[in-house]
Design a protein around this ligand. Sequence first.
Ligand code: NAD
Length: 246
Amino acid sequence: MDIREVGVVGLGTMGAGIAEVFARAGLRVTAVEADAGALSAGMSLLDRSLRKLVSHGRLTQDEYAEIAGRVRPGPAIATLSGADLVIEVVPEQLAVKRAVISELDQVLRPAAIIATNTSSLSVTSIAAGSAHPGRVVGMHFFNPAPVMRLVEVVTTVLTEPVTAAAVTALATRLGKTPVLVNDRPHRARHVGRDPRGACARVRRHPLHPGAPAAPPDRRRTHGAEERRRVLRVHRGTAGLPGRIPG
Ligand SMILES: NC(=O)c1ccc[n+]([C@@H]2O[C@H](COP(=O)([O-])OP(=O)(O)OC[C@H]3O[C@@H](n4cnc5c(N)ncnc54)[C@H](O)[C@@H]3O)[C@@H](O)[C@H]2O)c1
């Protein structure tokens, strides 16, 4: 899948950094925030980071202008309708993330990808709230996003392989090192809050000596019935009907 046009929802610490990474890789970015004040603060954050690169001699003035010109503020999620991929970078609360994804479902074309930058929530739970859970995937950047090389591509039993492949290829194109990680479908990963969990996950990273090359494709190991069950359980906790209507 050719990803050229991206959306970033939430232009805080991580969102501004991720928007910068996309724009520096040549992608066109639309940034959406909760309100006009937060949008202007997020755009300033991004601008300050780019100007710092100019002052350190790592970008020319022309490059700065070109990169900054690729990021446009979008007043609402509706402005993301042409995006090939949208990453949500809103606060770490399941209800807030689900609300954003449900809005994205209304405006994006079916082939567009929805990524979440969650550190510790279950990506399965976030995906289950979508009308198209197969296109939802974790794309976990670390802080500061323009500097840190590792990007976790977090797949669930619901993720379409084409979605995971496209996000992995995109991370490589951004100059990052993508690492495929399986989400746990029945509970939050809690990795962000548990240093022992984080260590265990790093040990599983293919970059770590002795780690397996990549986790198995869980759509192969989990049949259709199991995927329906996972969907039912996670949608049930959100008070949604077990089956996606339509
Ligand atoms: N800060 C970190 O070190 C770090 C590292 C990796 C991942 N993360 C994850 O990234 C996500 C964001 O974290 P952060 O530190 O950037 O938070 P942040 O509070 O700095 O930014 C969140 C932004 O989302 C905006 N927002 C809130 N509701 C919104 C809505 N409905 N629509 C659009 N924008 C909305 C807020 O105004 C804010 O600017 C979280 O899921 C977090 O777990 C954070």
